[in-house]
Design a protein around this ligand. Structure first.
Ligand SMILES: *Cc1c(COP(=O)(O)O)cnc(C)c1O
Length: 229
């Protein structure tokens, strides 16, 4: 089964990279990014032992969560947020990686409260400083954390970032280092709902660098499911 082989190969890369980086593979959570792929492929990945899945569109996530309701999957939303789409995921999503505006936190808090749930979230930082990438700049983080500390149905678990799409590996590394240092600098703001213990960074093409620089969640799509349109 192609998906099983691909998953095994990604897990081996994670283990090998952890070994050379002096980290434990148990510190790394693999999020299989199943966007655009049919639910059947998610089921296949689950049959090979994968439980964490990431999606980047609210309605697609919603329909997959319903279709695969009977499986004990952990669902991660990693895509661009829109206030009016949060309602489609609030009853079931476990993690939202891509929050960076107060208005999104307000809406997640409201919807999660109605569902009597706590949703784990990350704040997205624009580490590549490219206009088309979402997220806030590191110097905008402290005021947002002051606000989020008081929320009851949202828990802030760390930071998420996407590196530039480039072959310049040093540049990618510098961006991941920036994300890690930003997390470390703000851990003094732990308290209330802020529990800053995760770094969501690393995709198929920069997985190893992300692990070397401290990722605790890696978001891997094409290396597991193959290329997308
Ligand atoms: C698509 C996507 C990924 C996975 O990308 P691959 O290159 O397919 O591994 C990771 N993070 C986000 C935010 C994405 O949109």
């Amino acid at each position: 089964m192609a998906i099983c082989d691909a998953l095994q190969s990604v897990n081996e890369t994670i283990e090998r990279t952890c070994q050379t980086a002096g980290r434990s593979p148990s510190e790394i959570q693999l999020i299989a990014v199943s966007k655009t792929r049919p639910s059947e492929e998610i089921r296949s990945a689950y049959d090979c032992g994968q439980i964490r899945f990431g999606e980047n569109r609210a309605r697609e996530l919603e329909s997959k969560m319903v279709e695969l309701e009977e499986l004990p999957l952990e669902w991660h939303f990693i895509g661009p947020l829109q206030t009016n789409k949060i309602k489609y995921m609030a009853s079931r999503v476990d993690w939202i990686h891509s929050v960076y505006k107060k208005k999104y936190f307000k809406e997640i808090e409201k919807r999660a409260a109605r569902e009597n749930r706590v949703i784990q979230t990350m704040i997205q930082i624009n580490i590549s400083d490219e206009d088309q990438k979402q997220g806030i700049m590191p110097d905008e983080l402290a005021p947002l954390l002051e606000y989020t500390a008081g929320l009851n149905h949202v828990r802030i678990r760390g930071l998420m970032g996407m590196a530039s799409h480039t072959d310049d590996l040093d540049r990618i590394r510098r961006q991941f280092v920036l994300l890690r240092e930003t997390l470390e600098q703000h851990q003094r703001m732990n308290g209330g709902s802020n529990v800053l213990d995760h770094l969501s960074m690393g995709m198929s093409h920069d997985l190893e660098i992300a692990i070397e620089e401290g990722a605790t969640m890696v978001r891997i799509g094409s290396a597991i499911f193959g290329g997308r349109e």
